[in-house]
Design a protein around this ligand. Structure first.
Ligand code: G6D
Length: 345
Protein backbone atom coordinates (compact mmCIF):
# COMPACT_ATOMS: atom_id res chain seq x y z
CA UNK A 1 0.00 0.00 0.00
CA UNK A 2 1.35 3.46 -0.85
CA UNK A 3 0.32 7.07 -1.19
CA UNK A 4 2.14 9.32 -3.63
CA UNK A 5 1.65 13.09 -3.43
CA UNK A 6 2.51 15.76 -5.94
CA UNK A 7 1.93 19.49 -5.94
CA UNK A 8 0.48 21.13 -9.03
CA UNK A 9 0.65 24.82 -9.77
CA UNK A 10 -2.60 25.90 -11.42
CA UNK A 11 -2.67 29.60 -12.28
CA UNK A 12 -0.86 30.43 -9.05
CA UNK A 13 -2.95 28.09 -6.89
CA UNK A 14 -1.05 25.16 -5.32
CA UNK A 15 -3.15 22.02 -5.64
CA UNK A 16 -2.17 18.61 -4.29
CA UNK A 17 -2.85 15.33 -6.09
CA UNK A 18 -2.75 12.18 -3.95
CA UNK A 19 -2.41 8.76 -5.60
CA UNK A 20 -3.59 5.80 -3.52
CA UNK A 21 -1.97 2.52 -4.60
CA UNK A 22 -2.88 -0.95 -3.32
CA UNK A 23 -0.74 -4.11 -3.40
CA UNK A 24 -2.15 -5.21 -6.78
CA UNK A 25 -1.24 -2.01 -8.62
CA UNK A 26 -4.75 -0.52 -8.66
CA UNK A 27 -4.51 3.20 -8.06
CA UNK A 28 -6.85 6.13 -7.49
CA UNK A 29 -5.68 9.73 -7.97
CA UNK A 30 -7.55 12.51 -6.14
CA UNK A 31 -7.15 16.30 -6.01
CA UNK A 32 -7.68 18.45 -2.93
CA UNK A 33 -9.52 20.76 -5.34
CA UNK A 34 -13.11 19.49 -5.48
CA UNK A 35 -12.07 16.09 -4.10
CA UNK A 36 -11.83 15.28 -7.80
CA UNK A 37 -10.96 11.74 -8.88
CA UNK A 38 -8.66 12.37 -11.83
CA UNK A 39 -7.69 8.76 -12.65
CA UNK A 40 -8.43 5.19 -11.58
CA UNK A 41 -6.15 2.45 -12.94
CA UNK A 42 -7.60 -1.08 -12.78
CA UNK A 43 -6.60 -4.34 -14.53
CA UNK A 44 -8.46 -5.79 -17.51
CA UNK A 45 -9.00 -9.56 -17.98
CA UNK A 46 -5.29 -9.93 -18.81
CA UNK A 47 -4.12 -7.84 -15.86
CA UNK A 48 -3.37 -4.78 -18.00
CA UNK A 49 -3.75 -1.62 -15.92
CA UNK A 50 -5.74 1.07 -17.76
CA UNK A 51 -7.62 4.21 -16.77
CA UNK A 52 -11.38 3.70 -16.26
CA UNK A 53 -12.59 7.27 -15.60
CA UNK A 54 -12.87 10.51 -17.59
CA UNK A 55 -10.28 13.11 -16.58
CA UNK A 56 -8.77 16.22 -18.11
CA UNK A 57 -5.32 16.22 -19.71
CA UNK A 58 -4.63 19.69 -18.32
CA UNK A 59 -5.34 20.28 -14.61
CA UNK A 60 -6.38 23.90 -15.12
CA UNK A 61 -9.46 22.66 -17.00
CA UNK A 62 -10.78 21.50 -13.62
CA UNK A 63 -11.14 25.20 -12.70
CA UNK A 64 -14.24 25.27 -14.91
CA UNK A 65 -15.20 21.59 -15.36
CA UNK A 66 -18.75 22.19 -16.65
CA UNK A 67 -19.46 18.43 -16.64
CA UNK A 68 -18.21 18.02 -13.04
CA UNK A 69 -15.70 15.29 -14.02
CA UNK A 70 -14.72 13.25 -10.93
CA UNK A 71 -15.93 15.85 -8.48
CA UNK A 72 -17.59 15.86 -5.09
CA UNK A 73 -21.02 17.45 -5.48
CA UNK A 74 -22.92 19.37 -2.80
CA UNK A 75 -24.55 20.65 -0.75
CA UNK A 76 -27.39 19.22 -2.87
CA UNK A 77 -26.54 17.06 -5.89
CA UNK A 78 -29.08 17.34 -8.69
CA UNK A 79 -31.62 20.04 -9.45
CA UNK A 80 -33.70 22.12 -7.02
CA UNK A 81 -36.72 23.47 -8.92
CA UNK A 82 -37.01 27.26 -9.06
CA UNK A 83 -33.82 27.50 -6.96
CA UNK A 84 -35.76 27.84 -3.72
CA UNK A 85 -37.33 25.95 -0.85
CA UNK A 86 -39.49 26.67 2.19
CA UNK A 87 -38.24 25.81 5.66
CA UNK A 88 -40.18 26.63 8.84
CA UNK A 89 -42.15 29.29 7.02
CA UNK A 90 -39.09 30.97 5.52
CA UNK A 91 -38.14 30.92 1.83
CA UNK A 92 -34.51 30.17 1.03
CA UNK A 93 -33.31 31.37 -2.38
CA UNK A 94 -30.35 29.65 -4.03
CA UNK A 95 -28.42 30.83 -7.10
CA UNK A 96 -30.15 29.83 -10.34
CA UNK A 97 -27.19 28.40 -12.22
CA UNK A 98 -29.15 26.40 -14.81
CA UNK A 99 -32.02 28.47 -16.22
CA UNK A 100 -34.31 29.17 -13.27
CA UNK A 101 -33.14 26.08 -11.44
CA UNK A 102 -30.29 25.33 -9.03
CA UNK A 103 -27.87 22.55 -10.11
CA UNK A 104 -25.25 20.69 -8.06
CA UNK A 105 -24.91 23.09 -5.15
CA UNK A 106 -24.23 26.26 -7.16
CA UNK A 107 -20.92 28.17 -7.23
CA UNK A 108 -18.71 27.58 -5.35
CA UNK A 109 -20.06 24.10 -4.81
CA UNK A 110 -18.09 21.21 -3.30
CA UNK A 111 -16.57 20.64 -6.78
CA UNK A 112 -14.83 24.03 -6.69
CA UNK A 113 -13.65 23.97 -3.10
CA UNK A 114 -10.12 23.25 -1.84
CA UNK A 115 -10.64 20.53 0.79
CA UNK A 116 -8.26 19.99 3.69
CA UNK A 117 -6.74 16.56 3.10
CA UNK A 118 -5.29 14.14 5.67
CA UNK A 119 -3.83 10.93 4.24
CA UNK A 120 -4.05 7.67 6.23
CA UNK A 121 -2.56 4.22 5.68
CA UNK A 122 -2.31 0.81 7.29
CA UNK A 123 -1.66 -2.71 6.00
CA UNK A 124 -5.30 -3.19 4.97
CA UNK A 125 -6.21 0.15 3.46
CA UNK A 126 -4.91 3.47 2.21
CA UNK A 127 -6.93 6.63 1.98
CA UNK A 128 -7.66 10.30 2.42
CA UNK A 129 -9.92 12.25 4.73
CA UNK A 130 -11.16 15.53 3.24
CA UNK A 131 -12.80 18.21 5.37
CA UNK A 132 -14.56 21.48 4.60
CA UNK A 133 -16.90 23.82 6.44
CA UNK A 134 -19.57 25.49 4.33
CA UNK A 135 -20.61 28.68 6.16
CA UNK A 136 -24.23 29.55 6.99
CA UNK A 137 -25.83 31.19 3.97
CA UNK A 138 -23.27 29.96 1.43
CA UNK A 139 -25.18 29.85 -1.88
CA UNK A 140 -28.30 30.54 0.15
CA UNK A 141 -28.21 27.31 2.17
CA UNK A 142 -29.02 27.60 5.91
CA UNK A 143 -26.66 26.40 8.62
CA UNK A 144 -22.92 26.11 9.12
CA UNK A 145 -22.21 22.68 7.64
CA UNK A 146 -19.15 20.64 8.60
CA UNK A 147 -18.41 18.05 5.91
CA UNK A 148 -15.96 15.14 6.05
CA UNK A 149 -15.47 12.87 3.04
CA UNK A 150 -13.17 9.85 3.10
CA UNK A 151 -11.79 7.93 0.12
CA UNK A 152 -10.47 4.46 1.06
CA UNK A 153 -8.78 1.92 -1.22
CA UNK A 154 -8.38 -1.71 -0.09
CA UNK A 155 -6.62 -4.77 -1.51
CA UNK A 156 -9.86 -6.21 -2.89
CA UNK A 157 -9.78 -3.38 -5.45
CA UNK A 158 -12.61 -1.52 -3.71
CA UNK A 159 -12.81 2.27 -3.42
CA UNK A 160 -15.17 3.39 -0.64
CA UNK A 161 -16.43 6.94 -0.26
CA UNK A 162 -17.98 7.96 3.05
CA UNK A 163 -19.78 11.28 3.55
CA UNK A 164 -20.32 12.78 7.00
CA UNK A 165 -22.12 16.04 7.68
CA UNK A 166 -23.29 18.04 10.68
CA UNK A 167 -25.14 21.37 10.63
CA UNK A 168 -26.13 23.83 13.36
CA UNK A 169 -29.47 24.57 11.66
CA UNK A 170 -32.00 22.43 9.83
CA UNK A 171 -30.93 22.30 6.19
CA UNK A 172 -30.84 20.19 3.03
CA UNK A 173 -27.92 17.88 2.14
CA UNK A 174 -27.27 15.10 -0.33
CA UNK A 175 -23.65 14.86 -1.48
CA UNK A 176 -22.27 12.55 -4.14
CA UNK A 177 -19.30 11.96 -6.44
CA UNK A 178 -19.64 12.73 -10.13
CA UNK A 179 -17.06 10.39 -11.65
CA UNK A 180 -17.69 9.25 -15.24
CA UNK A 181 -16.76 5.57 -15.49
CA UNK A 182 -15.67 3.90 -18.74
CA UNK A 183 -14.57 0.29 -18.22
CA UNK A 184 -13.18 -0.16 -21.76
CA UNK A 185 -9.83 1.20 -20.52
CA UNK A 186 -8.18 4.47 -21.59
CA UNK A 187 -11.51 5.53 -23.19
CA UNK A 188 -10.97 3.03 -26.05
CA UNK A 189 -14.72 2.94 -26.74
CA UNK A 190 -17.79 4.79 -25.46
CA UNK A 191 -20.18 3.29 -22.90
CA UNK A 192 -23.10 2.33 -25.17
CA UNK A 193 -22.09 -1.35 -25.01
CA UNK A 194 -21.67 -1.31 -21.23
CA UNK A 195 -24.15 -3.66 -19.57
CA UNK A 196 -25.80 -2.24 -16.44
CA UNK A 197 -27.77 -4.08 -13.77
CA UNK A 198 -29.74 -1.94 -11.28
CA UNK A 199 -31.65 -3.20 -8.27
CA UNK A 200 -34.50 -0.78 -8.98
CA UNK A 201 -38.15 -1.09 -10.00
CA UNK A 202 -38.96 2.65 -9.95
CA UNK A 203 -37.44 5.78 -11.44
CA UNK A 204 -38.30 9.48 -11.21
CA UNK A 205 -40.02 10.98 -14.25
CA UNK A 206 -38.52 14.25 -15.54
CA UNK A 207 -39.95 17.25 -17.36
CA UNK A 208 -38.23 18.94 -20.31
CA UNK A 209 -35.97 20.88 -17.92
CA UNK A 210 -34.92 17.63 -16.22
CA UNK A 211 -36.93 18.62 -13.14
CA UNK A 212 -38.86 15.76 -11.47
CA UNK A 213 -42.57 15.92 -12.28
CA UNK A 214 -43.38 14.32 -8.91
CA UNK A 215 -44.32 11.00 -10.58
CA UNK A 216 -42.57 7.73 -9.78
CA UNK A 217 -42.61 5.46 -12.83
CA UNK A 218 -42.53 1.63 -12.82
CA UNK A 219 -39.66 0.25 -14.89
CA UNK A 220 -41.46 -2.97 -15.94
CA UNK A 221 -41.39 -3.55 -19.72
CA UNK A 222 -39.49 -0.32 -20.35
CA UNK A 223 -35.90 0.64 -21.27
CA UNK A 224 -35.51 1.59 -17.58
CA UNK A 225 -35.76 -2.00 -16.38
CA UNK A 226 -32.15 -2.92 -15.56
CA UNK A 227 -33.02 -5.65 -13.08
CA UNK A 228 -31.83 -8.42 -15.41
CA UNK A 229 -29.11 -6.35 -17.07
CA UNK A 230 -29.40 -4.07 -20.10
CA UNK A 231 -27.07 -2.29 -22.54
CA UNK A 232 -26.94 1.52 -22.27
CA UNK A 233 -27.47 1.46 -26.05
CA UNK A 234 -31.15 0.54 -25.46
CA UNK A 235 -31.84 3.96 -23.96
CA UNK A 236 -29.74 5.76 -26.54
CA UNK A 237 -31.70 4.39 -29.49
CA UNK A 238 -35.11 4.39 -27.78
CA UNK A 239 -37.75 6.94 -28.78
CA UNK A 240 -39.35 6.69 -25.34
CA UNK A 241 -40.19 10.20 -24.12
CA UNK A 242 -38.02 10.01 -21.00
CA UNK A 243 -34.97 8.77 -22.92
CA UNK A 244 -35.48 11.59 -25.44
CA UNK A 245 -35.98 14.22 -22.72
CA UNK A 246 -32.65 13.13 -21.19
CA UNK A 247 -30.92 13.82 -24.52
CA UNK A 248 -31.22 10.26 -25.94
CA UNK A 249 -30.00 8.20 -23.04
CA UNK A 250 -30.41 8.20 -19.28
CA UNK A 251 -30.21 11.03 -16.73
CA UNK A 252 -32.65 9.63 -14.23
CA UNK A 253 -32.90 8.91 -10.52
CA UNK A 254 -33.54 5.22 -9.84
CA UNK A 255 -34.89 4.23 -6.43
CA UNK A 256 -33.23 1.08 -5.11
CA UNK A 257 -35.35 -1.89 -4.02
CA UNK A 258 -32.46 -2.99 -1.75
CA UNK A 259 -33.36 -6.57 -2.69
CA UNK A 260 -29.79 -7.39 -3.82
CA UNK A 261 -26.40 -7.11 -2.13
CA UNK A 262 -25.24 -4.92 -5.03
CA UNK A 263 -27.29 -1.87 -5.97
CA UNK A 264 -25.59 -1.62 -9.37
CA UNK A 265 -23.27 -3.76 -11.51
CA UNK A 266 -21.59 -2.54 -14.70
CA UNK A 267 -19.89 -4.96 -17.10
CA UNK A 268 -17.79 -4.31 -20.19
CA UNK A 269 -17.37 -7.50 -22.24
CA UNK A 270 -14.24 -6.63 -24.26
CA UNK A 271 -12.01 -5.80 -21.28
CA UNK A 272 -13.75 -8.20 -18.92
CA UNK A 273 -13.95 -5.43 -16.30
CA UNK A 274 -16.82 -5.32 -13.83
CA UNK A 275 -17.79 -2.54 -11.42
CA UNK A 276 -20.03 -3.38 -8.46
CA UNK A 277 -21.66 -0.56 -6.49
CA UNK A 278 -22.73 -1.17 -2.90
CA UNK A 279 -24.36 1.74 -1.09
CA UNK A 280 -26.59 2.76 1.80
CA UNK A 281 -28.06 5.52 -0.36
CA UNK A 282 -31.76 5.17 -1.32
CA UNK A 283 -31.09 5.66 -5.02
CA UNK A 284 -28.82 6.77 -7.83
CA UNK A 285 -28.82 9.21 -10.73
CA UNK A 286 -27.56 7.26 -13.72
CA UNK A 287 -26.31 9.72 -16.33
CA UNK A 288 -24.90 8.41 -19.62
CA UNK A 289 -23.21 11.70 -20.66
CA UNK A 290 -25.79 12.31 -23.36
CA UNK A 291 -25.09 16.04 -23.32
CA UNK A 292 -21.35 15.95 -22.74
CA UNK A 293 -19.77 18.63 -24.92
CA UNK A 294 -17.42 17.56 -27.70
CA UNK A 295 -13.86 18.82 -27.82
CA UNK A 296 -12.85 18.87 -24.15
CA UNK A 297 -9.21 17.71 -23.96
CA UNK A 298 -9.23 14.54 -21.88
CA UNK A 299 -6.21 12.47 -20.79
CA UNK A 300 -6.55 10.01 -23.69
CA UNK A 301 -8.67 11.80 -26.32
CA UNK A 302 -11.23 14.54 -26.90
CA UNK A 303 -14.61 14.31 -25.16
CA UNK A 304 -17.79 13.23 -26.90
CA UNK A 305 -21.21 12.17 -25.73
CA UNK A 306 -21.65 8.69 -24.24
CA UNK A 307 -17.99 8.74 -23.18
CA UNK A 308 -18.71 8.03 -19.50
CA UNK A 309 -21.30 6.57 -17.12
CA UNK A 310 -22.13 8.47 -13.92
CA UNK A 311 -23.60 6.62 -10.93
CA UNK A 312 -24.41 9.46 -8.54
CA UNK A 313 -25.63 7.67 -5.43
CA UNK A 314 -27.74 10.17 -3.44
CA UNK A 315 -31.17 11.07 -2.10
CA UNK A 316 -33.61 12.99 -4.29
CA UNK A 317 -33.96 16.80 -4.37
CA UNK A 318 -37.52 16.11 -5.54
CA UNK A 319 -38.22 15.46 -1.85
CA UNK A 320 -37.97 19.23 -1.27
CA UNK A 321 -41.16 19.84 -3.21
CA UNK A 322 -42.90 16.45 -3.28
CA UNK A 323 -43.83 13.80 -0.73
CA UNK A 324 -42.79 10.19 -1.26
CA UNK A 325 -39.20 10.74 -2.41
CA UNK A 326 -35.99 9.82 -0.53
CA UNK A 327 -35.42 12.83 1.71
CA UNK A 328 -32.61 15.39 1.53
CA UNK A 329 -33.67 17.13 4.77
CA UNK A 330 -31.14 17.19 7.62
CA UNK A 331 -32.17 18.29 11.11
CA UNK A 332 -30.03 20.58 13.26
CA UNK A 333 -27.41 18.41 14.98
CA UNK A 334 -28.46 15.28 13.04
CA UNK A 335 -25.45 13.24 11.87
CA UNK A 336 -25.41 12.73 8.09
CA UNK A 337 -23.55 9.50 7.29
CA UNK A 338 -23.60 7.76 3.86
CA UNK A 339 -21.22 5.24 2.28
CA UNK A 340 -20.80 4.04 -1.30
CA UNK A 341 -18.28 1.40 -2.39
CA UNK A 342 -17.10 0.97 -5.99
CA UNK A 343 -15.57 -2.53 -6.29
CA UNK A 344 -13.61 -3.35 -9.44
CA UNK A 345 -13.00 -6.86 -10.84
C1 G6D B 1 -26.32 17.36 -17.32
O1 G6D B 1 -28.46 16.59 -16.61
C2 G6D B 1 -27.08 16.31 -16.55
C3 G6D B 1 -26.68 16.27 -15.11
O2 G6D B 1 -27.27 15.14 -14.48
C4 G6D B 1 -25.16 16.19 -15.02
O3 G6D B 1 -24.78 16.16 -13.67
C5 G6D B 1 -24.58 17.39 -15.72
O4 G6D B 1 -24.92 17.32 -17.08
C6 G6D B 1 -23.07 17.37 -15.65
O5 G6D B 1 -26.80 18.63 -16.96
Amino acid sequence: MDIQTNTIDVRGQQWKEFTLINDHGMSVSILDFGGIITQILTPDRNGKLENVVIGFKNYEDYLDNPAYFGALIGRVAGRIANSQFELDGKTFNLPANEGENHLHGGEPGFHHTIWTVTPFQNTQEVGLTLSHTSPDGENGYPGNLEMTVSYTLTNDNALSITYEGLADHKTVLTATNHTYFNLSGDLKTDIRQHEVTLDSSQFVELDENLIPTGKLADVTDTTYDFRQGRLIQDGVESNDTQNVVAGNGYDHYFIFDHSQAASAIVREAESGRQLTVITDQPGVVMYTSNTLDKGLVLRERESDKYMGLCLETQASPASIHHDGFPSVWLDKGEKYFRKTTFKFA
